[in-house]
Design a protein around this ligand. Structure first.
Ligand SMILES: Cc1cc2nc3c(=O)[nH]c(=O)nc-3n(C[C@H](O)[C@H](O)[C@H](O)COP(=O)(O)OP(=O)(O)OC[C@H]3O[C@@H](n4cnc5c(N)ncnc54)[C@H](O)[C@@H]3O)c2cc1C
Length: 693
């Protein structure tokens, strides 16, 4: 009697865990994609119903060293399964009769036999005989039916209901799991294919006017209202454009549909006997886990500086950042649902206390909590106010999320079912980005930044011997204790006339003595077609123009002179605007740095409207902009609607309007361009060079 109680308790422990057993051999791929789960079903079902049988070699609690009867343990170890005649022959007979319907070839059964008879551990004894040898020993067909959980001490038949109960679970779960992985792959791959596919559409030979109408109706306007760069709703959110909203809609839709698509319940079922509700919760919870994992590679890819989609599409980094934030929210909600559903399942089955002590449980909790904490601590006001703090926290917690998710899977399944592959993809994306950042830095080495004060608002930074366009991240390791701190700035110029630079240097020495004194102009230091011949002596040097804010830029201004700098360059090359006959550029303040290379390179009609707080900034750019038709506004606002109406009305050629400036200015330009694009017969394209994301 005592022995039977102990066996029953052991069964209670073993049976529910049969479905997703933890230990196992390493799988390669995902379930259904390289990893075959519970196939052939007939063999697994036969093995499962015999797993809880007490064999002659099963060790009861009292015979196990150090175990008392009260501890309620009895185990059948792998060597027992591998050698027990009754077990081997009953299993072989079950397989031979049940697997006929599934037409499983003998070689497959033999292979399965070799790997699974003793158990599913990575290291375990081989069965003492092959499947066919065990079957040959069954000289007369058994007549006695073994009921699941009963002792097994002679070759027996297996009960039909027991078999069906196990078969259903072993058949259904892998199908549902493969669907989860398939949906996960669809999310991840479409998150790569969509940006590529959509940006290829621009090569379709549609009339420019059609594109203009499409952009001004469907792609460029904010989804609601007329603000896109300016925060809305208590400064908490950025309103997506209609084009971005379509993508967000797509990701929302597939994530909602995939949350429950193709899920079914089946009874009898050994995992949730008579409990379809429990089964469905299990499946939905696991689906949530997989979908959350599948969103994370995109979350990391979209946030990366070295996101390869930036190289092959015409999408902006701010669009990817918007999607990064949105998908992160989806992944967080899915992880939270996954955890809540498992909490409900475990507390319902009474196993919560035991589960909570398992490493997989608390690592999973770390992953979910990490995601849940990241979202509220990444809201726009915090990003704007405490950018460096936000960034350090964001990176640290993200590492915890990935580590937590990875260990959650490894402690639970020991690499058996490949769920950790999603985390490997995340790690690869993250490592790729970091390695490329390092290489971009290493390529340039340690340089010196020459800091020139232009006026109360602006400073110019020049770095000799570095090439690049678009924007670069500057590190000033000696400026503050946060040696890793780096900030993006647009490259205003890529070469310097040698003679002028010497003058810049001498004036910099003066600045150190007289920091308030205005210094050389950009027109003196930047290459200017009016003042320097193409054959003049130039050197490679990057020039940046910085508006002083309250963080690193303020320290930089206070420091002045020459300080060591690391330059991570080569980001965001300039778009090719040669197909547009007319370029209308609207710049606000320091936004001119992103506009300057475009207006200087454009060969058609170019008109620049530039508003700045001070004349000093305008004067600084006098040289490089000498040959650009421009109107400047100092201390007064340009009326953007008037400017654009005047430029666009009646324009018969293709026009591109580029804006780079404060959020309000960018939004107004977007609004007016969209309105004119909708109402006028003008082929206009909007391009926003943004200084934030
Ligand atoms: C692609 C790009 C190009 C830019 N080019 C220029 C330029 O040519 N000239 C210029 O003056 N400014 C440029 N900026 C803006 C510039 O990066 C920030 O003004 C600068 O980082 C502020 O530094 P701070 O520590 O003094 O700012 P703080 O006073 O701490 O913050 C001011 C604002 O800058 C934002 N910010 C701070 N650090 C970063 C960062 N590492 N990345 C993004 N935003 C940040 C904050 O969220 C806040 O909104 C550019 C930004 C981007 C994204």
């Amino acid at each position: 009697m005592k022995f039977q109680i102990s066996v029953l308790l052991a069964q209670a422990f073993i049976v529910p865990s049969l479905g997703m057993t933890s230990a196992g051999r390493r799988g390669h791929g995902l379930v259904g994609y390289g990893i075959s789960m519970y196939r052939p079903v007939c063999a697994f079902a036969c093995r499962d119903i015999l797993s809880s049988a007490t064999l002659n070699c099963t060790m009861a609690a009292e015979s196990m060293p150090g175990m008392s009867m009260d501890m309620g343990e009895a185990t059948t170890d792998p060597s027992c399964y591998a050698t027990d005649d009754s077990f081997l022959q009953t299993l072989a007979y079950c397989i031979s009769t049940r697997c006929q319907k599934e037409s499983v070839p003998i070689w497959k059964i033999e292979k399965w036999w070799q790997l699974n008879v003793a158990g599913i551990a990575a290291q375990q004894p081989d069965p003492k005989e092959s499947y066919q040898q065990a079957l040959e020993k069954v000289s007369t067909p058994p007549t006695e039916v073994h009921m699941q959980g009963d002792p097994l001490n002679k070759t027996s038949l297996t009960d039909d209901t027991d078999y069906l109960t196990s078969w259903n679970a072993d058949w259904a779960f892998p199908i549902l799991d493969k669907r989860s992985e398939t949906f996960g792959l669809v999310i991840m791959l479409s998150g790569v294919a969509f940006p590529i596919g959509f940006s290829l559409l621009r090569f379709l030979p549609f009339p420019a006017l059609w594109w203009s109408k499409l952009n001004s109706w469907v792609i460029d306007p904010p989804l609601i209202g007329n603000k896109h760069s300016t925060p809305v709703l208590w400064n908490l959110f950025l309103m997506p454009t209609r084009g971005q909203a379509l993508l967000i809609g797509y990701f929302t839709l597939i994530n909602i549909v995939f949350a429950s698509a193709g899920i079914f319940a089946i009874q009898p079922n050994s995992w949730n006997p008579g409990d379809n509700y429990g089964w469905l919760l299990t499946i939905i919870s696991d689906r949530m886990g997989v979908l959350s994992f599948a969103n994370l590679p995109l979350v990391f890819l979209y946030a990366g500086r070295n996101n390869f989609l930036l190289w092959i599409t015409n999408w902006s980094h701010s669009t990817f950042m918007l999607l990064h934030r949105y998908l992160a929210v989806l992944a967080m909600l899915q992880a939270v649902l996954h955890s809540i559903l498992w909490l409900r399942l475990d507390s319902h089955s009474g196993g919560l206390l035991a589960e909570q002590r398992e490493p997989y449980w608390y690592w999973g909790a770390i992953g979910t909590l990490g995601l849940a904490i990241l979202i509220p601590t990444s809201i726009l006001p915090l990003r704007r106010k405490f950018y460096e703090l936000f960034l350090a926290w964001h990176v640290a917690i993200s590492i915890l999320v990935v580590a937590g998710s990875y260990w959650h899977i490894v402690f639970r399944f020991e690499h058996q079912w490949g769920y950790e592959v999603w985390m490997f993809i995340v790690m690869a994306i993250w490592a790729f980005d970091r390695i490329l950042r390092f290489l971009r830095l290493a390529r340039n080495g340690i340089k010196y930044a020459h800091i020139t004060i232009i006026d109360d608002d602006y400073v110019r930074v020049t770095v000799d011997g570095v090439a690049g366009n678009g924007h670069a991240y500057l590190y000033f390791p000696t400026l503050t204790w946060r040696v890793w701190e780096n900030h993006p700035f647009s490259v205003a110029s890529t070469t310097l006339p040698v003679a002028s630079h010497a003058r810049v240097k001498s004036v910099e020495q003066d600045i150190e003595k007289h920091p308030d004194v205005n210094t050389t102009r950009l027109s003196d230091s930047i290459e200017s077609s009016s003042t320097h011949s193409a054959h003049g002596s130039h050197k490679t040097a990057l020039t940046f123009l910085l508006r002083t804010q309250s963080g690193l830029t303020r320290h930089l201004r206070a420091k002045g002179g020459s300080i060591p700098v690391l330059v991570e360059s080569g980001y965001g090359s300039h778009p090719d605007l040669s197909e547009y006959a007319t370029l209308i550029a609207i710049a606000g303040g320091v936004g001119i740095t992103a506009i300057l290379p475009l207006v200087r390179a454009h060969t058609g009609r170019t008109k620049l409207y530039w508003g700045a707080r001070t004349q000093a900034l305008i004067d600084d750019f006098a040289g490089p902009l000498a040959h650009v038709s421009k109107e400047t506004f100092v201390g007064k606002r340009m009326v953007i609607a008037d400017v654009l109406e005047q430029e666009l009305r009646g324009e018969t050629e293709r026009v591109v309007v580029v804006v780079s400036g404060p959020h309000g200015m960018a939004d107004e330009v977007r609004d007016v361009v969209c309105k004119l694009g909708r109402t006028e017969r003008v082929a206009v394209q909007l391009l926003e060079e943004s200084f934030s994301w």
